[in-house]
Design a protein. Sequence first.
Length: 399
Amino acid sequence: MKITVAGLGYVGMSLAVLLARQHEVYAFDISQERVQLVSGKKTPIIDADIEKALAEENLNLKATTYPVSAFKDADFIIVATPTDYDPKLNYFNTTNVETVIKQAQEIAPQANVVVKSTVPVGFTEKMYQQGYKKVLFSPEFLREGQALADNLHPSRIIAGFPAGDLVLKEAAIKFAEILKQGALSKETPVLVMGSTEAEAVKLFANSFLALRVAFFNELDSYAEVRELDTKNIIEGVGLDPRIGSHYNNPSFGYGGYCLPKDTKQLLTNYSDVPNNIINAIVEANRTRKDFIADRVLQLAGFPQNPSAVIGVYRLTMKTGSDNFRQSSVQGIIKRVKAKGVKVVIFEPAYNEEFFFGSPLIRSLDDFKNQSTVIIANRIYSDLQDVIDKVYTRDLFNKD
């Protein structure tokens, strides 16, 4: 069986490695750099398991920038291209996904196209009604930096098909079975449902996670203002088995690939549906960033100290990651700079000289010396010598 994976981000790379253990897999991407890395058995993303698999396993994996080579004779074409949220349109930008679907139908009309990218609710059905009759949707539930591990031990496997198409229902069942065969956890629950319901699962799941992050952040804001011990409160709350002690570490706000855009997209889907909670999730994240920015400025002595410098230690969201797209600390940077305060940044994963007009400091010692206050969404050991300068809400040393 030939399977093509379009898009070599963390979703596409983890699937390519997973499936190349048992099937012929073509990895397609428009980036020559990414393709060259994969062809050289190196990963374009940070994921220790993917790196190890590429280096040590005999994978049946080929990478190419040519769609004809990738798509021709494929049985399944998996679309894992990015869908950024467009705030002007209040909608996911699905251009890349639609391009791959169109190419697939032209080059490989026999192939079933499985969309893994996050899309608006109703997207797959819309493409089906427009004449793309072999499109499925299968949501991904992967953690950045642990994508292959999550594919090997999935919490659930979901495959969706356009309503009423029994042929595509069989294709969805077959695709779900392929994923299950590749997993190490053989008791993984499998759900086959309508594609629109499957799309809703993805957005509601991520919005609930964002809600949980926002809740513990608001708890932390309350405790900090009232000068209470946040950690004690969270530990006491989390011991209730209905709540649990997972996903409870305060932060500067939720961010990353999925949560910001998924919550906003879901809110858009609620435009004609009564709601309070979904809107509050989005607003709570803005409020948290306002609160953190104000606290940082207070600690820096601004405005009494107009020469204060705010140091930003890492733009990345999580430890062991090189991704800082939509990271929450960017919102803090914008708010601080809007007050006229100088910001300097230490981020080894970013090779430019400036970020949002703020200089990147390459020397960690220079960065520490220049900073009046250092903000760090997650604490690292190399900040211990200046811990009195560091402002973080990381209480449990976990993501």
